[in-house]
Write a protein that binds this ligand. Structure first.
Ligand code: ADP
Ligand code: MG
Length: 345
């Protein structure tokens, strides 16, 4: 036996990895707290005109809308070139997530002003809106990461399968397994490909499973994440030596290994090249149906390519939500129209 491969070393490794995971979460929170923009390529949209009131999701009187865009001749061409896919949703009234009256403030400064969002089970819900409108905060509130910031205060309900995740007594470890998260920057653990995927399986096992007993499940998850063929010959390679796109698929695999019902993705392709982006989009389309995805993206073409449903946020309010095709092709709100043409323009 390798002298390094002792049970106590394994336990130390696992402790370190758990710590690493916490650090990854903290780093993400720190970035926000420091006011570092989540994505420098995101287009800032200048507020200008008032949004007309909506029957379903009324914007508050104070909610400005983005400036009417400079004429965007490319918009229609881009919209037409988008591929359409069949919906993943079996029953639109069966909600995996129901966000009700969600208010989030940092140091008393309210960022989300009573947000209501429906996420039908099995679907891909795309959250779009200008930089700083609260998309990441909303996403991080779903699996209760927002509260890691000591200045955060949170009010309202987020029901997962009808149960409020903010109920007292919610098991946060279990919640974060049921609602996995993939971040903007791929963040594999600094360990082998195998150990990244096996991480959640080992955490959930009662006694330490052998590598050979985990291998079939590791393969299955890597297959589902579309990475198996590229890594099967060397599962003991350090995950950090993979390309960015492969690392992001590995992070999706690591999330899938916990068998989640929902995966939250915060601009998962913004650090990737177009080919890797296409690969991740394909993967999301394959995964949807058997699980639900909530994705934040600043790429409207992507939101339309993969979204079954969409919600448009502006300054902490949901301006419009519903079927992605409707929201992007025939929005009810002038504000939504302006945002769409602005982004394409
Ligand atoms: N931990 C935090 N502490 C203080 N302010 C925060 C924190 N997280 C987010 N914010 C603020 O909330 C607003 C919305 O941020 P965010 O949710 O990241 O928007 P988006 O993802 O739409 O760009 C920003 O003004 C941001 O500075
Ligand atoms: Mg963000």
């Amino acid at each position: 036996m390798d002298p390094m491969d002792t049970p106590s070393n394994d336990r130390a490794d696992e402790r370190a990895v758990r710590q690493e995971w916490r650090h990854a979460l903290d780093r993400s929170a720190d970035t926000r707290a420091a006011g570092i923009p989540s994505d420098p390529t995101e287009v800032a949209v200048t507020p200008a005109v008032e949004a007309p009131p909506s029957a379903t999701t009324p914007p508050p009187a104070s909610a400005p809308t983005p400036a009417p865009a400079v004429a965007a001749p490319a918009a229609e061409a881009v919209a037409k070139s988008l591929t359409e896919h069949p919906t993943h949703v079996a029953d639109p009234t069966d909600l995996v997530l129901a966000i009700r009256g969600l208010r989030v403030a940092f140091s008393g400064n309210e960022i989300l002003h009573g947000v209501n969002i429906d996420a039908p089970r099995g679907g891909v819900l795309a959250l779009v809106g200008p930089s700083g409108c609260g998309k990441t905060t909303l996403l991080r509130s779903i699996n209760r990461l927002t509260e890691l910031a000591p200045t955060a205060s949170i009010d309202g309900e987020i029901q997962l399968d009808g149960q409020n995740v903010y109920d007292r007594g919610t098991d946060l470890n279990l919640l974060r397994r049921r609602i996995g998260m993939v971040f903007q920057q791929p963040n594999p653990f600094p360990m082998t490909i195998f150990d990244n995927v096996a991480f959640a399986m080992r955490e959930q096992a009662k006694s330490r499973p052998s590598r050979s007993s985990l291998l079939p499940a590791v393969e299955d998850v890597l297959q589902r994440a579309g990475l198996w063929d590229e890594v099967k010959d060397n599962l003991d390679r350090n995950a950090l030596s993979l390309s960015g796109g492969q690392q992001q698929r590995l992070c999706i695999a690591r999330t899938l290994a916990a068998n989640p019902e929902v995966i939250l993705m915060d601009e998962p392709c913004s650090a990737l090249d177009p080919r890797s982006t296409a690969r991740i989009e394909e993967l999301i389309l394959q995964l949807a149906g058997s699980l639900s995805v909530v994705i934040v993206t600043h790429n409207l073409a992507q939101a339309k390519r993969i979204g079954d449903y969409a919600a448009y946020l502006l300054n902490g309010d949901v301006i419009e939500q519903g079927l992605a095709r409707k929201v992007f092709e025939d929005p009810e709100q002038q504000s939504t129209r302006d945002f769409i043409s602005g982004m394409f323009g």
